[in-house]
Design a protein around this ligand. Structure first.
Ligand SMILES: Cc1cc2nc3c(=O)[nH]c(=O)nc-3n(C[C@H](O)[C@H](O)[C@H](O)COP(=O)(O)O)c2cc1C
Length: 324
């Protein structure tokens, strides 16, 4: 292991510098637990835990805890949006801290309030970034590390290759985690050799036994080639990587002209994003649970091109660790 990776694993109290990133709607408790149990770290996606998998939030965390006492993480999407959403997120962060979670991944907004709460409890906050501008803001908020989301990532993708992103962020002197495009042990070793302290994976962990996503979704990942992964705007208003299914080919990947104007407007973009987010949460949940019987909108990154089998999540962690 490189010194950066060793420092990362020691900081988090884990064995392998590998994060199973939060995934709405795919982060079910069994998946999070299996990754942490195997020595990586699984991250809880609270909206997924409560609204897709049907747990009371605290009960969901305890369900994971029944399966492993190894460290787990929590994902706080901190985008400015409806007050009730922010209040709920604040409540979940408090409960996560009470239940012993000490690793937090923030995304899409200003992480200051999360940093304040988590640091007071002795925990760590890593923030998702796609460019230096957002990384500097996050550093000024006091985050402990950056998750560098590149152009190959599943979910909300960045627009830069992983090496360019590393060079752009390196002088900030924070631990850097690579997110995007890592589907096999070779790619994992490459990003760590390049200087990243760790890697965050999403798509690879959907194609596992413990992930409760529909088998059609898993099969679509196995079947997809890199060129079958396309960016769409109409899911959340920001570019999001999905599999080009016949349904996606039919509806296209662009938001309509009025929606685009509203998404860019200073005053209108927040409520437009909220509308998009609510619509997409519902659509992704149905597609993930119902498979081909529903309009298929399945998020996945370009790593899908290198994923050929559904295996236990712990096996993914062990195979990746063996390549180090
Ligand atoms: C289906 C799916 C849902 C995701 N949902 C979230 C989310 O709710 N919050 C978040 O911070 N990142 C989310 N991500 C991003 C992942 O945590 C991770 O950074 C990304 O998947 C890494 O790229 P990869 O899929 O190429 O491995 C999602 C990714 C996928 C594939």
């Amino acid at each position: 292991m490189t010194p950066a990776s060793r420092q990362f694993t020691e900081q988090l109290g884990i064995d392998v510098p590998l994060i199973c990133g939060a995934m709405y709607p795919c982060s079910n408790p069994e998946l999070v637990a299996a990754v942490s149990k195997a020595g990586g770290i699984g991250v809880v996606q609270p909206i997924s835990l409560v609204y897709v998998h049907g747990y009371d939030f605290r009960e969901g965390i305890r369900k994971i805890r029944e399966q492993t006492d190894r460290p787990i993480g929590f994902n706080a999407i901190v985008e400015k949006s409806a007050r009730t959403y922010e209040e709920r997120m604040r409540g979940w962060v408090d409960v996560a801290l009470e239940e012993g979670v000490r690793f937090f991944v923030t995304a899409l907004g200003n992480p200051s309030w999360v940093v304040e709460k988590v640091h007071a409890a002795g925990g760590l906050v890593y923030h998702d970034v796609t460019s230096r501008r957002w990384a500097e803001k996050a550093r000024d908020c006091g985050v402990d590390g950056l998750i560098c989301v590149n152009e190959r990532a599943g979910g909300h993708a960045g627009d830069k290759p992983y090496l360019a992103l590393f060079e752009e962020m390196q002088s900030l002197e924070l631990p850097l985690v690579c997110a995007g495009g890592i589907g096999d042990p070779v790619a994992f070793a490459e990003v760590l050799d390049a200087g990243y302290a760790a890697a965050q994976l999403g798509t690879r962990f959907i194609a596992t036994d413990e992930c409760t996503a529909h088998d059609d979704y898993k099969q679509a990942i196995l079947d997809a080639r890199e060129e079958d992964i396309v960016l769409t705007e109409w899911l959340s208003g920001v570019p999001c990587s999905i599999i080009k299914t016949p349904y996606v080919e039919k509806v296209g990947t662009k938001a309509g002209p009025i929606a685009r104007r509203l998404l860019r407007g200073r005053k209108t973009k927040h409520w437009m994003r909220t509308i998009y987010a609510l619509r997409s949460l519902w659509q992704l949940k149905r597609a993930s649970l119902q498979g081909l019987s529903y309009k298929d909108v399945w998020q996945a990154g370009k790593s899908a091109g290198s994923i050929n089998s559904v295996v236990p999540a712990g096996e993914v962690v062990r195979r990746f660790a063996a390549g180090l």
